[in-house]
Ligand binder design. Structure first.
Ligand SMILES: Cc1cc2nc3c(=O)[nH]c(=O)nc-3n(C[C@H](O)[C@H](O)[C@H](O)COP(=O)(O)O)c2cc1C
Length: 199
């Protein structure tokens, strides 16, 4: 499928038909998510993959009763990770084992340490959360490219999600992406005209 067709045919699915997506396809999607870009490549996210129907039933009331949660095949819970100190260490190690020259490593780590060192906890979380949306973008368009549907969802209670899914701090559930095969039809696309957006 052409990228244009993927973007234009993707829509926020309100109900899935309950069919399971083959695990191979889900793995392909998770790779597309994993390769999303992030500032200084710190990848400040962890993504919980929920398939257990009982758990999904538990999560539904914490998602304002939205049907996508129980009718989907897989539910991705995108959690922001604001622990930049650990991420910098991890990326530094990974760059070393991946053969990135020491000079480049030192420069990247220096920039990352300087930037994040000046941030408050709130700023770190906000920065992590904003980057997570790029990974979410890969998920929703990636799903369409692989022949299934999705819905980006922010209408849920992050504290309840953390409790039910035993997501440890400092991870913060930020966005949901249920995946499956749509059982509804897309609404007409409603978008502001070009002239109002681009200037
Ligand atoms: C941050 C964010 C939060 C959203 N939360 C929900 C949600 O809780 N439930 C839902 O059905 N759709 C949700 N959506 C989907 C939007 O309503 C949808 O993308 C928008 O209306 C445009 O429609 P389209 O995606 O079908 O083109 C959310 C989208 C974003 C980006």
């Amino acid at each position: 499928m052409e990228f244009r067709e993927i973007v234009m045919s993707r829509y926020a699915t309100k109900k899935f038909d309950g069919r399971k997506i083959p695990e191979g396809k889900v793995s392909e999607l998770l790779e597309l998510v994993r390769f999303a870009p992030s500032a200084i490549n710190l990848q400040p996210w962890k993504i919980k993959v929920v398939t257990d129907q009982k758990v999904k039933e538990q999560l539904k009331p914490a998602t304002w009763g939205q049907e996508q949660i129980t009718s989907c095949s897989h539910l991705l819970v995108f959690c922001a990770n604001p622990d930049f100190d650990s991420l910098i260490k991890k990326v530094g190690q990974l760059m070393k084992t991946s053969g990135v020259p020491e000079e480049a490593r030192t420069m990247v780590i220096g920039i990352a340490t300087d930037m994040t060192g000046k941030m408050s906890g709130e700023q770190k979380l906000c920065w992590a959360q904003s980057q997570l949306f790029l990974a979410l973008g890969n998920a929703v368009n990636g799903a369409r490219s692989l022949g299934f549907d999705s819905c980006p969802m922010g209408g849920f209670d992050p504290k309840e999600y953390a409790r039910i899914l035993e997501i440890p701090p400092p991870l913060v559930p930020t966005m949901l992406c249920p995946l499956g095969y749509a059982a509804d039809k897309p609404m007409p696309k409603v978008r502001f005209p070009k002239e109002e957006i681009f200037f």
